[in-house]
Write a protein that binds this ligand. Structure first.
Ligand SMILES: [Zn+2]
Length: 174
């Protein structure tokens, strides 16, 4: 990918160290099948704090997106998850609710599972622990051995699911 130039840059106050040292940069680029995407990055040169967000350009409508994942094709579908979006995978009993520090990112369905796995409490990787079965299910899901539904709800409508020849269900979020 060619190097992107920011369309906007500013120095703002860092929420961690309090200095006016937080570099804020905005980039835009076009994602095939999704359209224009805006990426925002905050980086503090003093304390190292960083945060990022992504979202579809423009004003969206509250929406719920669903993808049924059965094969590698759906695992490779793109997920544009804005910071305000909530993720749910009912078959795995997983719900990721956005807090005030929530980030936005672009990844694949498999990448979402990877992030969830990274955030599992360490005791769940121990076979004797009750929550170990969740880890096993996530790994099965990452290897297309377990069918599941990924639901992405975004009250600002700036998130997207994108896959070639992958049916995505979009509903208004009420
Ligand atoms: Zn700082």
């Amino acid at each position: 990918m060619e190097e992107l130039k920011p369309i906007y840059e500013d120095e703002v106050e860092c929420p961690v160290c309090g200095g006016k040292t937080l570099k804020y940069s905005v980039y835009t680029y076009v994602v095939p099948l999704a359209g224009e995407v805006v990426m925002e990055v905050w980086k503090c040169g003093v304390c190292g704090y960083r945060k990022s967000n992504v979202g579809l350009a423009g004003v969206g409508k509250a929406k719920r997106l669903k993808i049924s994942v059965n094969t590698d094709r759906e695992l490779r579908a793109l997920v544009i998850k804005s910071s305000t979006a909530r993720i749910e995978i009912p078959e795995l009993g997983i719900e990721v609710v956005p807090g005030p520090a929530a980030e936005g990112y672009i990844t694949t369905v498999e990448g979402v599972l990877e992030k969830i796995l990274d955030n599992m409490p360490s005791e769940c990787f121990n076979e004797s622990h009750e929550c170990h079965n969740v880890v096993v299910k996530i790994v099965d899901a990452m290897n297309a051995k377990l069918k599941f539904t990924l639901i992405l709800e975004d009250p600002l409508g700036r998130s997207a699911l994108v896959g070639e020849n992958v049916p995505i269900v979009e509903e208004p979020l009420t």
